[in-house]
Write a new protein. Structure first.
Length: 403
């Protein structure tokens, strides 16, 4: 068994090809269902849902009745898409009904065995309509809202999910993580705490939250050293392999920029993350780095010690940035260096926060890569959803289950 993808976007197709996935570049609304009949065991769908989108002018919101009508008609074998499309404000709205066209055709031969769909939370009423149809065809169905962070994804990505099966009881996967780590009980080990961005990216002490670390000080360790116990904690983290330097040649600041401090203690050279670090100092507490989801006033901002907010990318790849914020206790320090400029998140970082492998072969320019990443279902979440449907044990390192 292997997956065959239907995808319209040129660069998403090229990425899938480089990743070894079989893909047919086609408009899903025009592609015939015939080639799949008698050959399909499962259907995975994550269609565009402009009729429920909160972005832009929200013209698609008035198209919801047409989408529901299209699903009802397609389930009955009636193709009224052309007439309904003429009444839509957004020509993409009816794409949310396309999974039903394939499901109805496959159902004529008793296929597929299982179904999994994913979309933004507001699409749940549409999935409930799908669920009613599937139950009428003999499926066991569950649909509801799941948070990807509860399944080890370093991102609080909430999505409307539908899972259905002809041969097993459909139910949501059992969460493996929670916002607060749970203790072991008589029923077994508790859930682990949510995976932070720092852990996922391998930045700093991966087994505990830490602010971004700067290094500095004089020959004896500088005027503001951590207590020896704190330095030992950091050393121990390196010894046991849970302290990983920031990737891609990031330079750790080993000096303070204030003229008064430099005159008193002298200048210090910066050190690359891969070089031996000088003594860690309280400079580490000066800045705390967070991920800002976009450039809007109500953007989600999360520190490295927490999972990211939902990653979504529009036409501008620079909407998602790392921002430095002063620790409140030191905010009025007149000798503080200038606030570092926001740093655009890289495709590699965004992919890791979606649980893709670090070397995943994203194709296209930055904007095209970010678009693919933001639209993707996190592979780890997909594996949790599909493993029960396939009656296979979940292996956290097995990305072959990802859609």
């Amino acid at each position: 068994m292997r997956d065959v993808g239907l995808e319209w976007d040129e660069w998403a197709c090229k990425t899938r090809a480089r990743a070894g996935q079989l893909t047919i570049r086609a408009d899903v609304a025009m592609y015939p269902t015939g080639p799949f009949i008698g050959r399909t065991s499962g259907l995975i769908a994550s269609p565009p849902c402009q009729a429920w989108s909160m972005a832009g002018k929200r013209l698609g919101l008035v198209d919801q009745p047409m989408v529901h009508a299209a699903v009802e008609d397609l389930a009955a074998g009636r193709d009224t898409r052309e007439r309904l499309l003429a009444a839509c404000r957004d020509e993409r709205s009816l794409l949310a009904a396309e999974p039903m066209r394939y499901l109805q055709a496959l159902n004529t031969v008793g296929e597929p065995e299982w179904v999994a769909t994913e979309e933004v939370p507001d699409v749940l009423p549409l999935w409930k309509q799908y669920a009613a149809v599937l139950r009428g065809w003999g499926f066991s169905v569950w649909c509801g809202i799941l948070n990807a962070a509860d399944f080890g994804v370093p991102q609080t990505r909430r999505r409307a999910i539908l899972v259905a099966s002809r041969v097993r009881t459909a139910q949501p996967p059992t969460p493996t993580h929670s916002q607060v780590e749970e203790p072991e009980s008589l029923f077994g080990p508790g859930r682990a705490r949510w995976v932070s961005m720092a852990e996922a990216l391998g930045w700093g002490a991966t087994d505990r939250p830490v602010p971004t670390v700067c290094a500095g000080g004089g020959p004896g360790g500088g005027p503001e050293p951590f207590p020896s116990g704190s330095r030992k904690t950091l050393s121990d983290a390196r010894e046991r392999g849970t302290w990983v330097p920031q990737p891609d040649g990031v330079v750790l600041q080993s000096r303070r920029e204030g003229a008064g401090w430099a005159a008193k203690h002298g200048t210090r050279e910066n050190r690359a993350a891969s070089a031996p670090a000088p003594t860690f100092t309280a400079e580490a507490q000066r800045w705390s780095w967070s991920l800002r989801s976009n450039n809007q006033a109500n953007a989600t901002v999360r520190p490295l010690s927490e999972p990211a907010g939902t990653l979504f990318f529009g036409h501008r790849a620079n909407e998602c940035t790392w921002v430095a914020e002063p620790v409140s206790a030191l905010a009025n320090d007149t000798d503080a260096p200038a606030v570092p400029e926001p740093i655009r998140i890289t495709a590699r970082e965004a992919g890791l926060l979606q649980t893709f492998p670090a070397d995943y072969p994203w194709q296209g320019n930055k904007g095209q890569q970010f678009s693919q990443i933001g639209n993707a279902v996190p592979p780890q979440m997909a594996a949790h959803l599909l493993a029960p449907l396939l009656d296979k044990p979940f292996n956290p390192d097995d990305f072959t289950l990802a859609a």
